[in-house]
Design a protein around this ligand. Structure first.
Ligand code: PMP
Ligand code: PLP
Length: 505
């Protein structure tokens, strides 16, 4: 039997920012490793658990154990309506006891206690095992550290590898919070052209090959980091194909880039039926996992991908728990950063998630939950909004590309069909449309909000015109994640009428 030896991660020390390079292990936390066997600690200032007024933590959760029958009818259940709440089956009760537990999960007195910045053992190990089976990393020394969600994780990844004055590559349309993280730190961004498959590897390569050739790039250091949202991209809904992912990895290797893979919508993939078979067909060579798209992290043989996962879209945003997967050196630095900021995600969240995932659902239950609940729910929601769009919107005025993952429909408004097109600026027409939508009681996000163009520092939030934005941002973002099915139908009917009214003028 030949066991293929995986390589060790490359040394990315030279990519560390001044801040990242300066992060050191805490000597105080270092004492924790002596806390075993017969040791009596008069060391760390841990508050006594008898002073925690929480005897146990009990929650009612969706049953996903192996004995539970799977969701057989893919009829979306909308628990936000009283009728559906009445019909909803009672959940399974889980309890995290205060005192020591016989099983693998920490007791409440431990998860509510101080600990090291990796997160509690049971939850971190569950996440690591999940990552190992989902993404089968291609180098040996990778690891996982818990975060307080991808917002927190992104800010920490940036602090680790970017200095004030650096530039990073971002998708042409991107998540505004990412830019709002970068701007005050004095870290600039370089937009890279996108197509229906997200960031273009060709455009990225061209920028890198020719860096320094334009006046604004002269003397400016070549970016060494790219930020990508590869699945169900926010706002465009684009998902990178397997080939695109490979191409991006190849460019990153050629030009020695670090990739930040922010993937909150990874499990909201709609490839089922034919698409799934096609992906499964590539399983051996690409390691795609039962129809789940292979990630950039799964293709990384060097340790250059920082993968950000979050429970925000799979369990609930208020959990404030996520996990970062990357080379072990980077994991340590993030751990030390956690230790001087959040310490760990909230002990209530960690305790409850560990109890639910480790002792009740297990890896298989969680995967079934992701497939049968999360993925299915959003698939049906997505189809519903798209069908409503096709029914109620005149395709002459607006269209969309079918999203294959995520929560968003990125709507292109065909301003060239407008009688005043070319006579007034595009953003004036877009504002007219936005105002008409508000008048007709349907809200969408104006496309300019996702633009990479620098926004003025004193931007007035009520400036919906984006008057500073002089290029065509002829898009609007609609989400199928939240409204009821009836509301989606009604909203799109109103949108169709708003378009008709604006295009008549
Ligand atoms: N500041 C001081 C002076 C402390 O002693 C401690 C706890 N040891 C902290 C901050 C950390 O507080 P928290 O757990 O709220 O982050
Ligand atoms: N990254 C992207 C691309 C997102 O769209 C979102 C949520 O809207 C987040 C990160 C935030 O994730 P979290 O709730 O884990 O901080």
């Amino acid at each position: 039997l030949v066991v293929q030896q995986l390589p060790m991660a490359k040394d990315f020390s030279s990519f560390l920012s001044k801040e990242g390079a300066a992060r050191k292990k805490s000597p105080l936390k270092g004492l924790l490793r002596f806390m075993q066997g017969d040791m009596i600690s008069l060391g760390g200032g841990l508050p006594h658990p008898s002073t925690f007024p929480f005897y146990s933590l009990t929650a009612e959760i969706k049953g996903m154990g192996p004995e539970q029958s799977p969701v057989t009818t893919p009829v979306p259940v909308d628990l936000t309506t009283p009728q559906e709440q009445q019909k909803a089956v009672r959940g399974e009760v889980v309890t995290v006891p205060h005192g020591p537990q016989a099983n693998k999960v920490e007791s409440l007195s431990t998860s509510l206690q101080y600990g090291i910045g990796t997160g509690i053992k049971a939850l971190r190990e569950f996440c690591k095992e999940h990552v190992a089976t989902m993404h089968a990393p291609k180098y040996q020394d990778w690891d996982v550290v818990l975060s307080a969600g991808n917002t927190d994780a992104f800010a920490k990844a940036i602090a680790m590898i970017c200095n004030r004055g650096d530039l990073i590559f971002v998708e042409e349309w991107t998540y505004p919070t990412a830019l709002e993280t970068l701007d005050p730190l004095g870290i600039g961004h370089v937009p890279v052209k996108m197509d229906g498959e997200g960031m273009s590897a060709v455009a990225l390569k061209e920028l890198l090959d020719n860096w320094g050739s334009t006046p604004d790039q002269g003397g400016v250091a070549k970016p060494r980091v790219a930020y990508l949202i590869p699945t169900g991209q926010n706002p465009t809904g684009a998902t990178m194909s397997i080939q695109r992912r490979k191409d991006i990895i190849r460019v990153a290797q050629e030009h020695d880039l670090i990739l930040i893979e922010d993937d909150p919508y990874y499990y909201l993939q709609f490839f089922i039926g034919e698409d799934q078979k096609q992906t499964e067909g590539q399983k051996d060579q690409d390691n795609s996992n039962n129809g789940w798209m292979p990630t950039l992290f799964s293709m990384d043989t060097d340790g250059r991908v920082i993968r950000l996962d979050t429970f925000s879209k799979t369990l609930a945003p208020g959990c404030r728990v996520g996990y970062m997967s990357m080379n072990a050196h980077f994991c340590n630095i993030i751990q030390y950063h956690n230790e001087v900021t959040i310490q760990q995600p909230s002990g209530f969240s960690q305790g409850l998630l560990a109890e639910m995932l480790v002792n009740h659902w297990g890896q298989e239950g969680y995967k079934r939950y992701l497939t049968e609940n999360v993925r299915t729910e959003y698939l049906y929601r997505s189809r519903h909004l798209q069908a409503a769009f096709k029914k109620h919107v005149n395709g002459k005025y607006a269209s969309f590309i079918e999203p294959s993952a995520g929560m968003f429909l990125w709507i292109k408004v065909h301003l060239e069909e407008h009688p005043r097109y070319g006579k007034v600026k595009d953003n004036v027409l877009m504002l007219e449309l936005f105002n008409k939508c508000v008048e007709y009681n349907v809200l969408m996000v104006p496309g300019w909000q996702f633009s990479c163009k620098p926004k003025p520092t004193d931007i007035d939030p009520s400036d919906l015109l984006g008057s500073w934005y002089d290029e065509a941002a002829t898009y609007m973002r609609a989400t199928f994640a939240y409204a009821t099915f009836d509301q989606m139908e009604e909203a799109i009917t109103r949108y169709g009428e708003a378009l008709k009214a604006v295009f008549a003028a």
